[in-house]
Design a protein around this ligand. Sequence first.
Ligand code: V1P
Ligand code: CA
Ligand code: ZN
Length: 393
Amino acid sequence: EYGIVRPKGYTVSFHATPEMERHHFGQTHPMKPWRLTLTKSLVTSYGMPFAMDNYVTREATYEELNSFHSSDYLDYLSTAAPEDQPRDIENPDKEVKFNLGGSDCPLFHGLYNYCSMSAGCSLDAARKICSNQSDIAIAWGGGLHHAKRSEASGFCYINDIVLAILQLLRIHPRVLYIDIDVHHGDGVEEAFFSTDRVMTVSFHKYQPDQFFPGTGGLEDNGPKNEHNPGAHHAINVPLQDGITDEQYEALFQNIIGTINERYRPTAIALQCGADSLAGDRLGRFNLRVQGHGACVRYCKSLGLPMIMFGGGGYTPRNVARAWAYETSIAIGADTRIPETIPEHAPWREHFIHDTLFPTLEQSMNEPRHNRNSEKRLREIVTHVHEQLRFVSH
Ligand code: V1P
Ligand code: CA
Ligand code: ZN
């Protein structure tokens, strides 16, 4: 269908499970695991599974989760029940342990199963890269970049990205982590603060006290204490509301291109959070599906083994569009798939507009004002280039 064939000379693997998608954070919570079902169904309607190795994800084991997370935290995570949810009014004294059970990281039925499947998905992807069985491995169920060693944060309980990168480090001398979610990739950055074997780069909206999580300023490049090999290996690209495809792509290619030359990574871990798209329920940028996808295309063009993770994304129809389009980029079918959503796609009406590439006007009620000046973007590029002078391999 649509002339979608296996790419010549490289292998793409797709890691997912319908089990994960059955979980619910709660009626009013913005994170909707069902977006993964919508994504998979769009990928399938376009016939893309024919061009990939498709794997059903298993649950990660306790030992695997324990390679980053503390036992105390995992023990509580695996036993806490929705009844333990601290309730402000009924249970004023109930303490919040490990930041579990608030409004951002609620305790819901099947939580541990959901977390271990998300981690299993990313770990399977990492193993396929390490064994050279995949050149690009796709894990849309992963990308939960805020989770800390002993703390849940921002809808993230288990940091599947850290677990996957730890696997890559068994084989790969240098891993480049790139994060295009609208939020700062703080958990991944912090986990690798003291090593030069991982460079982390996050593009995000930055407005301390106004926008979650509030970290990731331009000058935050890793602790500069004595003999920290990880100094200068955290790159932050703080942006403001309304950034456009043109600005974002230019910035992305300049920064990632320069990092590739200086740092010479041997593998890429790319977090593709889709909340940086225009019209996202939580996001603030004006990116279109094409602009978001251009970042994936650029990373692919570097010719390195790569894992593509999911992440944020709170307008499910746009998440599905972006991740289906990015799957097509991975298999090299992006120029072949029609722009019109296939007639037989399930939930076709759910997309409202029948195109893969809605215009800004179709995505938002009113376009968001662009608060990123060219001058500020040039300052950002200059600062990043200065940091990279400290980096060479
Ligand atoms: O702003 C906050 C916290 C809650 N206040 C004490 C500060 N939380 C944000 C969390 C955003 C998490 C993003 C995760 C990701 O990067 C990776 C998967 O995309 C938040 C927001 C917001 N607008 O930023 N929580 C909620 N909204 C929320 C809304 C309704 C119900 C539950 C949570
Ligand atoms: Ca980011
Ligand atoms: Zn996000």
